[in-house]
Every structure is written in structure tokens, then in C-alpha cells.
Design a protein around this ligand. Structure first.
Ligand code: URA
Length: 232
């Protein structure tokens, strides 16, 4: 692919803007400044330097973010900053999107990608990919609450009761896994079971845990193939 097309594919702007970046001497490859916008380069394994900053060529983006509280996942955030402000502008230019949503107050693991097929597959209810949450509760965890959640609770707009896998972690702390992603699902399930969720953290998606990524809050990383394979 030509250098200007490579830059465009990586989110550095329009073809014209990318050409200008090259002509302005801001792009180098392997320590060598490249001034020919039409130079053909192999994409796989390519590491560019733009304004002295290293950029690895990535055909698609697969990112894990440790979402902080008070960030919105919606495209047009209204009350809090949007999660996309935590990512490089080049990724936003590539139309990176969150896979599903977390409420603005919920923290934890959020996936983002610019691969529509991946987003669709991950969000598909048919795939039953579990999402695990740690919920801090207002009332103490009781054996009755655990039993009720395991048996299933009825949400107002659902035909059938929804069950969760649950484990008590502490007096007021519950681990809960569900394989759907309905609106405010965990909070509504806990309310339907007679308790109240004070705070919520997503600790895993499928078998990929947030802890295994070692990300401080607000930080993100590219997911390696081994980590992607855990999203089942
Ligand atoms: N369930 C909720 O209630 N909120 C979230 O953010 C995620 C799951």
C-alpha cells in the first residue's frame, strides 16, 4: 500500500492531509524520512514514526479499556465526558466504537473496536458471552438473595425471568455473571431481588479478566490474539 493510503487507514486524516504530513517531513519509517507519498510499503509489521511518535500499523483495532466512573459510552455524551476522549484522536477518526455500553457510573472492562463484524458478533445474544460484574450492595448479601438471583428474577419488560451465576465475595459484595446486556440489567435484577446496587464494576468479559490486563483506571491496551481468544 502507498504511504499516504497507509496513513489514511490508520486515522491520520484525509488522503490530502496525509500527503501533506509526508511532504512536511513528519513521517519516517525505520529511522528514514520518507517524502514520497506514493512509496509502496508492506503493511504487516510496519512501524511508522509520525512527528517522532511510533505507530504500529494495525488493520483493525481491538482495545480493552478500564472505564473510570463518570464517563459516558454514548456517541453524543450529554452530562459527562465520552469514553472516546480517553483514546487517541486517530482511533476516533477510524470510527472506533464501544462494544455495548456501561452506565456512566459503572467502572471496569470495556471493549472497543473499529471492526463492525467483531462488534456485532460480540454483542450478539446468540453467542451467550458472559459478562461478570462485582456489585457493591446497600443491604448485606443473604442466602435468599443468592437463591433468588440463581433461580431468576423477572424484569418488567422481559417475558421470562433472568438468572445469574452469583458468588458472595464479602458481606456487601457480590460477583454476578450474566450473558445478556439489557438496559441497566444488573441494577434492575438486584432491585427486583429486593436489594440496591451502590456501585458496579465489570471484572470480566467471557474469560478475559480486567485484572489480567493490569490496566489502571482510564488506561487502555491493544488486545493480543491470546487475549481475544478468551472473549468466549
Ligand atoms: N448492568 C447495569 O445495570 N449497568 C451496567 O453498566 C452494566 C450492566
Amino acid at each position: 500500500m502507498t504511504l499516504e493510503k497507509i496513513l489514511q487507514s490508520q486515522g491520520f486524516g484525509s488522503r490530502k492531509q496525509c500527503r501533506q504530513l509526508i511532504w512536511d517531513g513528519r513521517v519516517s519509517v525505520a529511522g528514514r524520512l520518507i517524502s514520497d507519498a506514493n512509496q509502496d510499503l508492506p503493511c504487516e509489521g510496519l512501524i511508522l514514526s509520525v512527528d517522532g511518535k511510533e505507530w504500529t500499523f494495525r488493520r483493525q483495532l481491538y482495545i480493552g479499556l478500564h472505564k473510570p466512573p463518570d464517563y459516558e459510552c454514548s456517541r453524543k455524551p450529554s452530562h459527562h465526558p465520552g469514553i472516546l476522549t480517553l483514546l487517541p484522536q486517530e482511533y476516533v477518526n477510524r470510527n472506533i466504537q464501544p462494544v455495548g455500553r456501561l452506565d456512566h457510573g459503572t467502572t471496569g472492562l470495556l471493549l472497543l473496536s473499529d471492526d463492525g463484524g467483531f462488534i456485532h458478533a460480540q454483542s450478539s445474544p446468540k453467542r451467550h458471552i458472559s459478562k461478570t460484574y462485582e456489585a457493591t450492595l446497600f443491604e448485606a448479601v443473604t442466602p435468599q438473595l443468592l437463591a433468588q438471583l440463581r433461580e431468576g428474577v423477572k424484569l418488567i419488560d422481559e417475558d421470562k425471568p433472568i438468572a445469574a451465576q452469583v458468588r458472595k465475595l464479602d458481606t456487601h459484595l457480590l460477583e454476578l455473571s450474566i450473558d445478556q446486556g439489557k438496559y441497566h440489567q444488573v441494577k434492575r435484577m438486584l432491585a427486583a431481588a429486593g436489594n440496591h446496587c451502590v456501585s458496579l464494576r465489570r471484572s470480566a468479559i467471557g474469560k478475559l479478566t480486567l485484572d489480567s490486563l493490569g490496566l489502571p483506571m482510564g488506561q487502555w491496551c491493544h488486545l493480543e490474539p491470546g487475549q481475544m481468544a478468551l472473549l468466549v
